[in-house]
Structures are given as C-alpha cells and as structure tokens.
Write a protein that binds this ligand. Structure first.
Ligand code: SF4
Length: 646
C-alpha cells in the first residue's frame, strides 16, 4: 500500500459514516457503512487469520478511500443505499430493478373493493398480501377467490361507467355492484372472508362459512347452501396445503446466506401469519467482502426497494454493526416496532435453518443450470465456428408498419439468461421508407459506436434475417473497425414451395448464416443451441413490435388530437403541459380533461381519442376468460418491488 493511502487510513475518523473505496483509476469499487469508520476500514487490512482473496485483492486494487460522515447509523444506512444505487460498485450486492415480486392489494376503504395484482408495496392504507414468488404461485389463490368469494374483478373505471353487468354476474361470480344497489354490508362480508382466507385464518373462516351453510339450508335456500359448501371444500383443500411454520402467527422474513468462494446466494423466506408463503433467491458473483457486512447491506437494499416490512426479521448471523441501526430504520418504514433477531435455538432458529437449506439448494440448482448453459454455449460456439465464447449475445430485429414507423429492437442474453438491462429500442433516423438492410446497418452502427466509446461490446450479434441483413450488419462492423465481435444471421423457417412439399413437412428448418460461408448452417432441430437462438430472436421480435405499437399509438393520439374541432395549437399545448405526455392525455378522464380545457371541449377530446364511452367498458367475455384462467386480474404497477402482507 502506498504511503499516501496509509496516511489516509491512519487519519480516518472514528465516527459513523459511509466509506467509498476507489480503484487506481478512481472508479468506485465498494461502498460500505460503519458505526466507527476507522475501525471498520482498518479491519480489512489487519484481519488476522483471514486468508480470503479479498484482502490481497484490495491491496492490489485500492487507489483511494473517501469517507462521508453522518450523525448516526440510520443515516449511514440510508446514504449507503443511495451511493450503491448511484455508483453500482462491482463488489457490492446490487438488486436489479426487475426483482419485483407479485402481491395482492385490497383497498378496504372502498365500498366495493377488488383484489389487484401489484408489484410494489406502498404505504397507502390498503392491505397487501404476499409476496408470491411467481405468477404460478398466485394463480391457485386467485382461482379460488374469483370463483367462490364473489368480489368484482373489473377496474374502478369500469365499475363507475358500466351500464349493464358483465358475464361474471351472469355466471354467479359477481353481485354486480356496477349496476345494482348491492348492500355494502353484504359485499363487506365477502371482503372479510377474502381477507381471512389470504391471512390463512382457517378456523375462523371455516366456522363462519359452516354457520352460513347451516342457516341457508334451514331457510331452505339450497342453492346458496350448496355454493357455500363448495366454497368450504375449496378453502379447506387450499389451506391444508399451506404449511404452518410457527405457532405465534407472525409476519416474518427469514434471511439466509450461502457462499462458495466469491459466489454467494441470499435467500428470503416469507412467513405470513405463521404460514410459509414462499421465498426468493438472490444470487451474486464477485462478492469478496465479509458475510457479516454483506448481510447488513443486502437487508438494507432489500427493504429499500419497497418490500413489505414484517414484524420480525430473522438473520443467520449478526451484522457487523449489530442489528440496532437496521431495526430503527425498518421500524420507521413499517410505522411500528420491528424486531431483528439472530436466533440460536427454538422455532425461529429452525426457520433460519430452513432458509439456509433453501439457499444451498437454490445455489446448487443454479450451479447445475450454469454448467448446462455453459455446455450449450460451448456447443454453439463450436457449431457456428465462433471466435468468442458467446457469453454475451445481443439480437437485433427491424419492424415497421406498412413501410412506416420503422423501429428496431436489441435484446440481450448473458450466460443464457435474458439481460433486460441491456435491452434497447431504436427509431430509425436516416430512412423515410422501409429498407431492412439499411435499417440494420444503421442500428448496428449505433450500437457498436456506443459500445466502442464505453468499452462495452457483446461476444456475438444475432441478426434476425438472412444473408442480406447479415451482410448489412457485417458492413457496419467493418466500417467501424470492430473485429472482435462475432455475427450471425438467423433466418426463420419458411413454407416450402409446393413441389418441395411432402404431406408431413411443409416447412424448411431454421438456418443460421455465417459471414464468409455460402450455405447456411442448419442446427439440429429441437436442440438446446437452436432453442437458445430462436428464443432470443422471438424475444427481439416481441420487443420490436411492442415498441412499434407505442410509436404508432403516440402518433395516432397526436394526429387524433389535431383533428378534434376546437382544439388548436394553444389547447394542445395546454393539455400537453398539464398532463406531461400524449399518453397521459389519452389516459385522462373527462373530468380531468375538463379541468384544463373546460367540460365541452373535454368531452370532444375524450370522444376523439376514445370513441363513445360505452366502448370503453370491460369486455365481459375477456373478463370471464381471465377469471377461468385464474390470471391476475389487473396489474396496478410495473415498477418497484417486493411487497407483502400488511
Ligand atoms: S362489470 Fe362485471 S365484474 Fe365489474 S362489477 Fe359489474 S358484474 Fe362485477
């Protein structure tokens, strides 16, 4: 270590704060917090008996250390989060934005609430249930609720505007508060039952339903009695499947950590009202810092991204600075006391052990999958004669609508997994009308130019198309002097000419075109290598079409707005200024529009953009099929992250 750095270490303050480690080029490589900055930072260099690579690694890498002082540990935790999110240091655990869990939201303040599927927990007075680790995990729950509890499934807008009930009412699954004066207390009973069901309060719920069934049959209401009987059976079956984990029926998050070298995996087990509700694994590579520090940082980040904060958080080991700071921060977020424990025995310790087992299992599973993926990538490299191991692949697709609205998509796959942080969409700038080859040239040029500036190039480019598209992409690479990147074209299977057909197979196989080779390579159909390529190509296609639709919709709203009588330049500007975007103008209600342009023009604008209000109501057939398929009823939010039961 150089003298200057040593002097800096000696002069570190003993107060709480955040430290930023920089490499010799000035890049921030790690952000940590400490109650006593000097003790913490110096401990890295004086750790006795710690032979882990990171000590020597730090010696080689470290160029500078900066510190920021704060008043207490809570402030240090908050600042640590901010700085990690801002600088994304390579040795910190980073939670991706796409780590969002599905939860159910029930706004009991409404007269006729519904269950919404959401991806973000908000402190908005509503009840949240979950999180659920996947759409599959939520499906069965929703199926039962939609079938037996008779809550509406339509949006608030539909509820307010519907003129007649939808099919769900006709098949007995909704009392239709949209049209009929359903007594709020009757509807409230269903809401209470759904709440009990989601809380896992089996005894209370089942007793209540049994009573209702008895009363209905005594009053000779046999249809209702039969309906409650079916409901009872479904509920009992579902609740039986949920394992009871603790006897104190609390909401708990249980954390575990599994490590092999610098690869680690955190696991969070969700216990809601004493029942196991699922869990989620978070794998990370290049994690050299001590476990006690990583766990504190991970817990801090996990809750910072909007996760539901339960009454109790169980940890497998004591964080470096203890649990006090985190407890204060989480209690503030929750609005009531949160206990953070490192249990050594008893039921809670068993829960931690269960989470540890899950962490190990998930780690081994990932390792196995990674080995398999590496095998597929290595076969792909060999079969296509690639120079690089295709660890990072990017696929490009061009899309247009009748020759206009030309756009392109770039999707990425890293280590065999979709890598959404590298997805990009492009509007073709240099062309007025459709020209697939020139469009491909432009997009690949733009992508690689940026890559050359950032030093961020993929191993393989996959171009959707045949020889022509491939030649355009290759020309762009040559013009930029990019030689290290491989490129191939993936041509779709196509219908064969009639004379080629036999009765069984009328389509050609998918073909891969490679630069400098006349004939395409035909990978074995149904092979994992081909599947990896076609899945990426289909994803690029989907992404391009979605973007193209957005572009078209935007231009339609713009031109629709221009065509509305009484809406001139000034009013258009007022609307855009008020709502911020054309999309939001399109989403605004008549009342919201009226605040800006007055009621008469608002109606014209709304009608111009949406047609007659009646066209806007929920399609009953779609609703019914949604319900039958037990799909999530509505996605309230796409952003944010894990919620939970509140
Ligand atoms: S539109 Fe359908 S789901 Fe909504 S309240 Fe009316 S009947 Fe129920």
């Amino acid at each position: 270590m150089d003298v200057k750095l040593q002097e800096k270490l000696d002069a570190l303050p003993t107060e709480p704060g955040v430290y930023l480690m920089k490499d010799r080029r000035g890049q921030i490589i790690y952000v940590g917090k400490a109650v006593n900055l000097r003790n913490r930072v110096r401990s890295y260099f004086t750790r006795t008996g710690d032979t882990r690579v990171f000590v020597s690694l730090l010696d080689q890498l470290l160029g500078d250390i900066e510190t920021v002082l704060v008043h207490n540990e809570k402030e240090a935790l908050l600042l640590e989060n901010e700085l990690i999110k801002k600088h994304k240091p390579r040795f910190n655990v980073l939670l991706k934005d796409d780590k969002q869990f599905i939860s159910l939201r029930l706004d009991r303040t409404q007269a006729y609430p519904r269950l919404e599927v959401v991806r973000k927990y908000e402190k908005d007075g509503a009840r949240y249930f979950g999180p659920y680790s996947s759409a599959g995990a939520i499906r069965e729950t929703l199926r039962i609720i939609n079938r037996f509890f008779r809550l509406r499934t339509c949006t608030d807008h539909v509820l307010a505007n519907r003129k007649r009930p939808c099919l769900l009412h006709q098949i007995g699954r909704c009392p239709a508060p949209c049209v009929y004066p359903v007594p709020p207390e009757d509807y409230r009973r269903s809401v209470d039952e759904v709440t009990m069901f989601l809380e896992g309060k089996a005894t209370e719920l089942v007793e209540g339903l049994r009573l209702r069934m008895k009363r209905a049959s005594q009053e000779l209401k046999f249809e209702e009695a039969a309906r409650v009987r079916d409901q009872l059976q479904a509920i009992e079956r579902s609740l039986e499947r949920q394992k009871v984990a603790t006897t104190d029926f609390k909401d708990q998050d249980v954390f575990a950590l599994y490590r092999e070298g610098d690869r680690i995996l955190f696991y969070v087990l969700w216990v809601r009202q004493g029942r196991l509700n699922g869990g989620q694994a978070f794998p990370f590579g290049s994690q050299e810092f001590p476990d006690a520090e990583l766990i504190s940082s991970f817990v801090n980040l996990y809750y910072d991204q909007g996760s539901f904060v339960p009454e109790e958080v169980l940890l497998p080991l004591e964080p470096d600075d203890g649990t006090e700071g985190l407890e204060v921060l989480l209690s503030e977020r929750r609005g009531e006391r949160v206990r953070m424990l490192v249990p050594k025995r008893g039921e809670k310790h068993d829960l931690v052990q269960m989470a540890v087992k899950n962490a190990e299992q998930a780690f081994l599973e990932r390792r196995r999958t990674k080995d398999e993926t590496d095998g597929v990538l290595s076969r792909l490299q060999q079969k296509l004669g690639l120079r690089n191991f295709p660890r990072r692949m990017e696929c490009f697709d061009i899309s247009h609508f009748q020759g206009s609205a030309i756009v392109a998509s770039q999707v990425a796959v890293t280590d065999g997994e979709t890598d959404k942080s590298r997805y990009r969409k492009y509007k073709i700038k240099t062309l007025e009308k459709q020209d697939d080859f020139a469009s491909m040239y432009e997009v690949v040029t733009r992508r690689l130019k940026r890559g050359l500036e950032d030093g961020d190039l993929p191993d393989l480019l996959v171009i959707d198309g045949g020889k022509g598209q491939l030649a355009s992409a290759h020309a762009a690479m040559k013009d930029l002097g990019v030689e290290k990147v491989d490129v191939v074209g993936l041509a779709k299977s196509r219908d064969l000419e009639v004379f080629d057909r036999d009765a069984e197979s009328a389509r050609s196989p998918e073909r891969v075109f490679v630069v400098g080779r006349k004939d395409p390579i035909v990978l074995q159909q149904n092979s994992a290598e081909l599947f990896m390529l076609t899945r990426m190509r289909d994803e690029a296609h989907r992404f391009a079409i979605t973007f193209q639709k957005q572009v078209l919709r935007k231009s339609r709203v713009r031109s629709a707005l221009e065509d509305i009588p009484g809406v001139g330049e000034a009013r258009r500007k007022m609307l855009l200024r008020h709502f911020g975007s054309l999309k939001r103008v399109g989403e605004a209600t008549i009342e919201e529009l009226a605040e800006v342009v007055g009621p008469a023009v608002a109606e014209r604008v709304h009608a111009g953009l949406h047609g007659h209000p009646e066209e806007d109501v929920e399609d009953p057939v779609r609703q019914a099929s949604l319900d039958d398929a037990s799909e999530p009823v509505d996605e309230k939010s796409q952003g944010g992250s894990p919620p939970g039961a509140a």
